[in-house]
Design a protein around this ligand. Sequence first.
Ligand code: HEM
Ligand SMILES: N[C@@H](CC(=O)c1ccccc1NC=O)C(=O)O
Length: 293
Amino acid sequence: MPRHPTERALEEGIERDFTRNLSYGEYLDLARVLSAQHPRSVPPRHDEMLFIIQHQTSELWLKLMMHELRSARDLIREDQPKPALKRLARVKHIQTILTEQWTVLATLTPSEYAQFRSFLATGSGFQSWQYRSVEFLLGNKNAEMLRVFEHDPAVRAELSTLLHEPSLYDEVLAWLSRQGYPVPAELLDRDWSLPHQENEGLVELLGTVYAAPQQHWGVYELCEELVDLEDNFQFWRFRHLKTVERIIGSKRGTGGSSGVPFLRRALDLTFFPELYAVRSRIQDVEPEGYHHD
Ligand code: HEM
Ligand SMILES: N[C@@H](CC(=O)c1ccccc1NC=O)C(=O)O
């Protein structure tokens, strides 16, 4: 009779005495993490657990995303684009997980959600300060969004700091300037609490990079990494919108917005407008021997 693999594992000296040693659960503070699910529905509805865990896992990934994005921004400020690229590579994988995760919530039917939606009262994603921090780090600045945090001065203060600091894109532009690229001066010293406005001079500068990528490889690589980030961000927004659409249809949001129409408008937002504008400026290569009249 073959023995169970764990039986053998214990003989191999697996640690069993955690009275003095740090255990798995202690290190991860699992007692707190796993006792933080508090369904509100009375009587308790089975599907509320899914709703809570979907949000909590999203918030955990958002926490890591903020950590990596803030670090990437600071590394670029310190003229270290290579380690910054490493951070951004990780962010992209987190975004993939966050986007994929919508498939779990999509198993929640409208009838199931309706069983506990009213217990959420006016709670809504508008009040996710980590999501707002990520938006601010990427440059979608909007002081109005701080108003939903008046009840929580510590969170409000932290968001206000991020609002007034340069975004990742602002730091990339400052780095470009230090590399000797002619970045328009108005982009290098401005009120950082305002969103970046599309700038023609910057589109032209990027035009030279994209016309000859091999001569500007470091810049080109970083720019395309930013486009990947924006692409991924939009995939998340799109999946949120489609999941919300199948669960609440055209109902208004608990946060006070129009719901799906509001989420649809967010798909028109762009963090890096010049990186998209430059794409239509790239000359298509003509076939050999082709002559215009
Ligand atoms: C049944 C599931 C969900 C529904 C019906 C839903 C619905 C909505 C609606 C209608 C809004 C607009 C604000 C409002 O008026 O309430 C919104 C915003 C938002 N939701 Fe959800 N949501 C769901 C799940 C999630 C999950 C799992 C997350 C993950 C963290 C999330 C994050 C957000 C964020 C961050 C916003 C603010 C978006 C922005 O400001 O652009 N939502 N949601
Ligand atoms: N805005 C959602 C409610 C909602 O999704 C929600 C409610 C409480 C805590 C987090 C939420 N998630 C994201 O919007 C709705 O209108 O049904």
